[in-house]
Ligand binder design. Structure first.
Ligand SMILES: Cc1cc2nc3c(=O)[nH]c(=O)nc-3n(C[C@H](O)[C@H](O)[C@H](O)COP(=O)(O)OP(=O)(O)OC[C@H]3O[C@@H](n4cnc5c(N)ncnc54)[C@H](O)[C@@H]3O)c2cc1C
Length: 430
């Protein structure tokens, strides 16, 4: 590829204790936690809303039995009255309500938020990250920070800073499929069925629902995943599916988006013709962000493994506790579940912890990662990628960033016991 040389004088637009790139569940939680602890924080998000896949990705619900005080606060403040007030209903997401709540929370703790702003590059001095370079309508700006957290989902900033990483599955780099979530309206909620897992192959008048889906829809679509929303007649559909997409390549993202949109019509036709309660359904909205499940795993001082999750390991340097979800690997070469993607067969000895080392990239200073791009294997990632665990990660890493900044040490050298003490004061329990 030919190159051009650019000579840039980039204005320095701000000076913060912490700058966070990406405002998904992990980035939001990191920024909010640090702000609540009294740090000066900037949160930079490319989309027009905070929440990442939880909101702009039109996600159905927070998954699993993970516990954590910030996650609990989000549920308490965002859940809508429903039939199971204290049960799974609390985990259903109303994206518009959540977008407002998360912005209000950030405003309460005085976090500065830049929406429609792309975290373009780390501000580097040698191998030390000392800020973030942001591109927006007003041009290119630099923001100085004691610590930068990369919560972009893909580790964009970590990679540009020189951190090592692997892409997808070991050893072939295969990545989980992408999905464009969408909502349908006009559903008769009294009669509608809600198969919420690949292995839920329930009987409906025309046959078994997953078998019918596979027969009617062209692969890699074909599984039937439907979720109640908090609004009358509206159902969240997790049924588009595209394989072979690298979510770090814009050409692939566009290809994935188009392929998923093309599947929406046939999916609605299938639901109307086959599934009780869906006879008059129609598309009401589709996600603003394509749902990318997996891309880069940034290499840290420890790589979380599937065994760590099954054994419910308690690491001495924990900063995430009480994480709980099964493995969930979607088929990398077709529809449905991967042969290794245990959902119902999943057994663990309890809830798990994640050590601080998974959040500290190798070979770069001044930078932490949070969210689905932390250091872990393909299989471990399929569990910790879910949103409640990403919130717990953000809370842990945001606390570590503040603790390091106050002690005047690099995040790599933070006193983890002090981070844990601060987390305990926030209500985090082992
Ligand atoms: C289709 C699908 C279904 C899922 N279903 C569930 C479910 O039911 N329940 C559940 O709990 N989890 C579910 N997950 C998993 C979960 O949604 C994600 O793994 C989780 O949101 C990851 O959180 P994150 O904060 O790491 O990243 P994200 O939620 O991806 O957020 C990253 C944010 O960073 C922004 N960003 C990225 N790059 C830049 C940049 N360079 N500059 C500025 N901003 C940037 C993005 O716009 C985004 O807002 C699902 C995921 C997918 C894709």
């Amino acid at each position: 590829m030919t190159t051009i040389r650019e000579l840039l004088n980039t204005p320095v637009a701000g000076d913060y204790d912490l700058v966070v790139a990406g405002a998904g569940p992990a980035g939001f939680a990191a920024a909010f936690t640090a702000g609540r602890l009294g740090a000066r924080v900037l949160l930079v998000e490319q989309a027009g809303a905070v929440g990442g896949i939880a909101t702009s990705g039109l996600m159905s619900h927070w998954t699993g039995d993970t516990e954590g005080p910030l996650y609990e606060e989000i549920l308490r403040r965002s859940s809508v009255p429903g039939p199971e007030e204290n049960g799974a209903w609390r985990q259903v997401i109303n994206a518009e309500k959540l977008k407002l709540l998360l912005l209000e929370m950030l405003s309460e703790v005085k976090v500065d938020v830049l929406l429609y702003s792309f975290a373009a590059a780390p501000w580097l001095e040698g191998t030390q990250v000392c800020g973030l370079i942001v591109e927006s309508k007003s041009g290119r700006r630099a923001y100085r920070a004691r610590v930068v957290i990369d919560a972009t989902g893909d580790g964009d900033i970590a990679v540009r800073a020189g951190a090592s990483f692997s892409l997808g599955r070991e050893p072939d780099g295969g990545m989980q499929p992408v999905t464009l979530m969408f909502k349908i309206a006009g559903v008769d909620m009294e009669r509608a069925v809600f198969p919420g897992a690949f292995e839920d192959n329930r009987e409906i008048p025309k046959g078994r629902i997953q078998d019918l889906g596979k027969a009617a829809l062209s692969a890699p679509a074909g599984h039937v995943l439907l979720y109640r929303s908090s609004l009358p007649g509206i159902v969240t559909v997790n049924m588009t599916n595209m394989i072979g997409i690298d979510g770090t390549q814009p050409t692939d993202l566009g290809r994935g988006d188009l392929a998923c949109r093309r599947q929406m019509g046939p999916i609605v036709d299938f639901l109307r013709a086959t599934v009780p309660g869906y006879e008059h359904c129609f598309v009401s909205s589709a996600a603003a962000l394509l749902g990318v499940r997996e891309t880069r795993h940034i290499r840290g001082g420890y790589t979380l493994s599937a065994e760590d999750i099954v054994e419910a390991r308690r690491f001495d340097d924990w900063i995430v506790t009480r994480a709980s979800f099964n493995f969930d690997i979607h088929n990398l070469s077709g529809s449905g579940l991967d042969k290794d993607g245990a959902q119902q067969q999943f057994r663990a000895k309890g809830k798990y912890t994640i050590p601080y080392r998974c959040f500290v990239p190798e070979g770069v200073e001044g930078l932490l990662v949070a969210g689905r791009c932390i250091s872990g294997t393909h299989k471990a990632h399929s569990s910790y990628r879910v949103m409640p665990i990403c919130v717990n990660m953000g809370q842990g890493v945001g606390t570590a960033a503040v603790t390091a900044g106050r002690a005047g040490v690099l995040p790599r050298h933070v006193n983890v016991a002090a981070v844990q003490a601060s987390l305990a004061e926030q209500g985090v329990r082992l």
